[in-house]
Ligand binder design. Structure first.
Ligand SMILES: [Zn+2]
Ligand SMILES: [Zn+2]
Length: 312
């Protein structure tokens, strides 16, 4: 039980680690929420992906579970702290040990690996046997706010935390690289759940920038499920055939700004609803769970209506 004793002995560091994890979610999510959902001068207000803002009870739920996730991540942080103090991990503190180039490359590799880890664990959690316990809570945010970024059920939070815990035992990572990775992770998550499209027009079709997920990309995952499982990059969805068939069209409509009043995304969303699912044979519906390409039969139990375009 030496490891357990070490965890207890590290108690003076616990408040710092917990405080850091709380700040890591509260600051970016709070700032994005104030800037996009509260501030009347929000310059992106014409780019709301779904009509209407999330109701206050949904926001309260998202805040509660985001803070719970921060607590679970902090527990994991204590484990990493103790493991590193005992020399069990490959975390290092002097860039000279591996050089600056390695430091930069290790950050890029960590982000790419995390994206792959996220995509496949995410698809796995959409399996009917796992969805309820692991992932349904995150999908209660049909029209997400920035606070939905970490709104996970505890079991999903553990899955999300495990990536870094595994990686530090197999890949040497500088402490600063870990901090940068965590900041990048939460910022991309908060932005992706912001409910507004902040990325430039034409991005999904761009030869280079198109590999990055946009806010519309993940928003579609919340509004219609069964597609767009990726976190930072679009390549896994494209390789596996799980990109939403109307992704580019919706992005174009959302980023058309005020012209949306003429052709709003809600009209597109309505077109995907199961009333239109009867049109699956026409190819007009979203990527559905009965797609034979979907090895996990994702969302097999989720044949309910695609959520209303209204905030919920
Ligand atoms: Zn999901
Ligand atoms: Zn989400």
């Amino acid at each position: 039980m030496a490891a357990f004793d070490d965890l207890i002995a590290a108690w003076p560091a616990w408040p710092t680690i917990l405080g850091a994890h709380l700040l890591l979610i509260v600051v970016p999510a709070g700032a994005a929420f104030l800037a996009l959902h509260v501030w009347k001068g929000n310059p992106f207000r014409g780019r709301k992906i779904q009509p209407g803002l999330a109701p206050s009870h949904a926001i309260r739920r998202e805040v509660f579970y985001s803070l719970l996730t921060a607590f679970i991540f902090a527990l994991n942080g204590v484990f990493i702290y103790v493991s590193t103090a005992n020399g069990w991990t490959l975390i290092y503190t002097d860039f000279a040990d591996y050089g600056w180039l390695y430091g930069a490359l290790s950050l890029a590799v960590t982000i790419v690996l995390h994206d792959a880890y996220f995509y496949w664990t995410h698809r796995l959690m959409h399996h009917p046997l796992l969805f309820d316990r692991f992932h349904r809570l995150h999908h209660e945010s049909h029209s997400p706010s920035p606070w939905a970024a970490y709104a996970f059920a505890p079991l999903e939070a553990v899955i999300q935390a495990m990536f870094l815990t595994i990686l530090i035992f197999v890949l040497p990572l500088h402490v600063t690289v870990i901090y940068l990775f965590m900041i990048h992770m939460i910022v991309r998550n908060v932005v992706g759940h912001s409910g507004f499209e902040l990325f430039p027009r034409g991005m999904p079709a761009h030869a280079v920038l198109g590999v990055l997920t946009t806010n519309t990309h993940h928003d579609l995952h919340h509004s219609s499920r069964g597609s767009n499982y990726g976190l930072y990059f679009t390549w896994w969805d494209r390789l596996a055939g799980t990109e939403h068939p109307n992704y580019r069209e919706v992005f174009d409509r959302v980023t058309r700004g005020r012209e949306r009043k003429v052709a709003s995304p809600s009209s597109v969303l309505r077109a995907w609803r199961p009333t239109a699912i009867g049109n699956e044979s026409t190819g007009r519906g979203p990527a559905r769970n009965d797609d034979p390409r979907d090895m996990f039969n994702a969302d097999g139990l989720e044949r309910q209506a695609v959520p209303d375009a209204r905030a919920d």
